[in-house]
Design a protein around this ligand. Structure first.
Ligand SMILES: Nc1ncnc2c1ncn2[C@@H]1O[C@H](COP(=O)(O)OP(=O)(O)OP(=O)(O)O)[C@@H](O)[C@H]1O
Ligand SMILES: [Mg+2]
Length: 205
């Protein structure tokens, strides 16, 4: 089972993934936690280029960079793991490319969807949790964290476009479940766990 987590910076993806991984492991599931860009040695090298505040990267180059990381990630890690009974929890997957490089940076949406499906060999998440927060909350949370990478230096308008783009994708693809990222972490965990357990074990908690 393949589950991805999406949402703008500081929306709570890493927090939810860590908690959900623990819960799923406690009920006996094998869980792989991974992320994009990243997930392989090559992907981690891509990630360090991607977040470098000194690096100038054209939007199209960004899109190819993300998909290069994705292609390697799918071949080397996700596809083999999905052949087992494991649950893959992936911090961002191809919706992020469409939301950021498409809705955020203005590249063609349909082209990005096609490109991402080529890179993923048409492997798509079974469930995508979209943690929805507004740009002001995002900036506040990221500021509180005190670090700033290349993407985090974008303005509020960029984040609002990305957020709206994510919501548009959620309206289009039924695998995307929108969660209100302003809810407390325990509530989000309970909501996500309920959905995963119902889908995987055909039971409700
Ligand atoms: N549901 C929540 N309510 C309030 N604060 C939260 C919630 N979830 C996470 N946080 C806090 O917000 C900050 C960002 O959370 P987190 O790192 O999980 O977000 P993220 O989506 O992984 O961000 P990034 O995209 O930058 O990796 C952290 O300080 C975290 O403790
Ligand atoms: Mg994170």
């Amino acid at each position: 089972m393949f589950i991805s987590f999406e949402g703008i910076e500081g929306s709570g993806k890493s927090t939810l993934i860590a908690a959900l991984a623990l819960e799923l492991q406690s009920i006996g599931a094998d869980v792989l936690v991974t992320r994009e860009p990243g997930g392989t040695a090559f992907g981690d090298a891509v990630r360090s280029i991607f977040i470098d505040p000194q690096m100038r990267i054209d939007p199209l180059a960004e899109a190819f960079l993300m998909n290069a990381s994705r292609a390697q990630h799918v071949v080397e890690s996700i596809a083999p793991v999905l052949k087992t009974a494991s649950i893959v929890l992936c911090d961002r997957f191809f919706d992020a490319t469409v939301a950021y490089q498409g809705y955020g940076r203005g590249l063609d949406i349909e082209m990005l969807i096609r490109l991402s499906l080529v890179a993923s060999q048409s492997i798509a998440p079974d469930i995508t949790f979209l943690l929805d927060i507004d740009a002001a909350t995002s900036i506040e949370r990221v500021r509180a964290r005190g670090t700033s990478d290349r993407i985090e230096q974008e303005d509020t308008g960029f984040y609002e476009r990305v957020r709206a783009g994510y919501l548009e994708l959620a309206g289009r693809f039924s695998r995307i479940v929108v969660l209100d990222g302003r809810e407390p972490p325990e509530t989000l965990l309970a909501q996500a766990l309920q959905i995963v357990v119902r889908r995987r074990y055909m039971v409700t908690l």
